[in-house]
Ligand binder design. Structure first.
Ligand code: AMP
Ligand code: GLY
Length: 423
């Protein structure tokens, strides 16, 4: 079959890499793709936020299956437009994508589903939000309601910081995303990410991961899209997974169906776990980046069968063949990220690295410029390793990162610290 993947990040490179290993995959096209993806698939320069353009391209290229990687096309309704054209699609409708695109929507769904999450209040006026913060005190969390590229959440340790966040949001720092805010209880515990393929009320868990959101070692400094991740997450025990499915995922899916907005795709369940009790931090409606790189390394080619089972509503008979393995990915970012950074620096040493089922450097923000691989994003590469233990996966990931010749980039040395054996 001919498959089209939408996106251009490390997530999409790893999806393409895994899907390509499945013999069902004939022609693989990624739009717009990047320099690493171009080594394994055809890249097409189309506007992936334009459903009409994607549908026309898919029809002209005899595409049988479209996998939508990032949230922006989902929130823009691209899946709906493609389904209306009769295409088989992996990814939720615009209405169901509100689980990521609107924090207040998700909070309302949690209320209806009785799913454990932080207590909250929703505001459209700055003064009401300030009053609420003054009565609640700190620590407290302030969130822009809409999509803000991972930057719309302020975990305020003091009341002043929370009040300043309210000023920023209503001053337009977050664009339209900040026109409404959710202020919520600060939750303590350990965070983990849980990935579940869903169609209507059917759900199939496909892996757990933990990521490192802060830019600096020791989990310090500003939040980023994610500086590294590993899978599985030790905190996600069989019991915690069962509780998450029973108390959070299944009630959410039932509520979505009862409201006429069934969810189809991968539900990324962001959790805070304390004393074995999971609570929802947030939903995303797509794979995490860089968590996806770890999941794809572990699942390999079977992932295409799983995505197809999801799209065909056959998850009830689908099965994941688990290996007892671990994967870890280290993000290499441009100096300055998550603040401003330079684009266009050249990256050397990639072609001599081994690339196989145990080690891959996935490209996240690269372009081919005059025959050279150049950094064109904030997060640029994801050096990923797999092994029988987390330590082995860690060693493989860092062995690759260390060989990349790119002085304009940096990476954290301590990815996986919480789960690795103490030295
Ligand atoms: P989000 O963009 O919703 O994933 O939030 C970014 C990060 O902020 C999360 O990964 C958490 O580390 C933190 N966070 C969000 N909400 C809360 C909360 N209610 N309590 C504590 N930390 C939170
Ligand atoms: N790594 C977190 C995310 O993809 O949102």
């Amino acid at each position: 079959m001919n498959i089209l993947i939408l996106g251009s990040g490390g997530r999409e490179h790893s999806l393409a890499w895994a899907i390509k290993q499945n013999p069902k995959c004939d022609r693989l096209i990624v739009a717009p793709g990047n320099a690493g993806i171009a080594e394994i698939a055809a890249c097409a320069d189309i506007d992936i936020l334009n459903g009409d353009a994607v549908a026309t391209f898919a029809e002209e290229n005899a595409v049988d299956f479209v996998v939508i990687g990032p949230e922006a096309p989902l929130a823009a309704g691209v899946a709906d437009r493609l389904r209306a054209a009769g295409l088989l699609v992996f990814g939720p409708s615009q209405a169901a994508a509100q689980l990521e695109a609107s924090k207040s929507f998700t909070k309302a769904i949690c209320d209806a589903a009785n799913a454990p999450t932080a207590a909250y209040a929703h505001f459209t006026h700055a003064e009401d939000a300030r009053d609420y913060i003054r009565t609640q005190g700190a620590p407290i969390v302030v969130k822009a309601d809409g999509l803000a590229a991972g930057k719309g959440v302020i975990v305020a340790m003091t009341e002043d910081a929370a009040l300043a966040a309210i000023d920023d949001m209503f001053d337009g720092s977050f664009g339209d995303a900040g026109a409404e805010v959710v202020v919520e209880e600060f939750m303590q515990g350990e965070e983990a990410s849980f990935f579940v393929l869903c169609n209507g009320t059917t759900a199939l868990p496909i892996g757990t991961a933990q990521d490192h959101k802060r830019v600096g070692e020791g989990d310090t400094g500003p939040n980023t899209g994610g500086m590294g991740a590993y899978s599985p997450a030790p905190v996600m025990t069989t019991e915690v997974i069962a509780k998450t499915m029973d108390e959070i995922v299944r009630p959410t899916l039932r509520t979505m169906v009862s409201r006429g907005t069934p969810f189809q795709g991968v539900l990324f369940v962001g959790l805070m776990i304390k004393e074995g009790q999971p609570r929802l931090v947030e939903y995303n409606v797509r794979f995490g980046d860089p968590e996806c790189q770890c999941l794809m390394m572990r699942l390999g080619g079977q992932v295409l069968d799983l995505l197809l089972a999801c799209a065909h509503d056959q998850l009830d008979t689908a099965q994941v063949n688990w290996a007892d393995d671990h994967a870890l990915t280290v993000v290499m970012a441009a100096n300055g990220y998550p603040g401003s950074y330079e684009k266009g620096s050249q990256i050397n040493g990639l072609s001599s690295l081994p690339a196989d089922s145990h080690q891959m450097v996935f490209h996240a923000g690269t372009s081919l410029i005059d025959g050279a691989i150049c950094a064109t994003g904030g997060r640029v590469l994801a050096a990923t390793g797999r092994g029988d233990t987390l330590s082995a996966a860690h060693a493989r990931a860092y062995a690759q990162a260390d060989q990349v010749d790119w002085p304009q980039g940096f990476f954290r040395r301590d990815i996986g610290w919480r789960a690795l054996p103490k030295p």
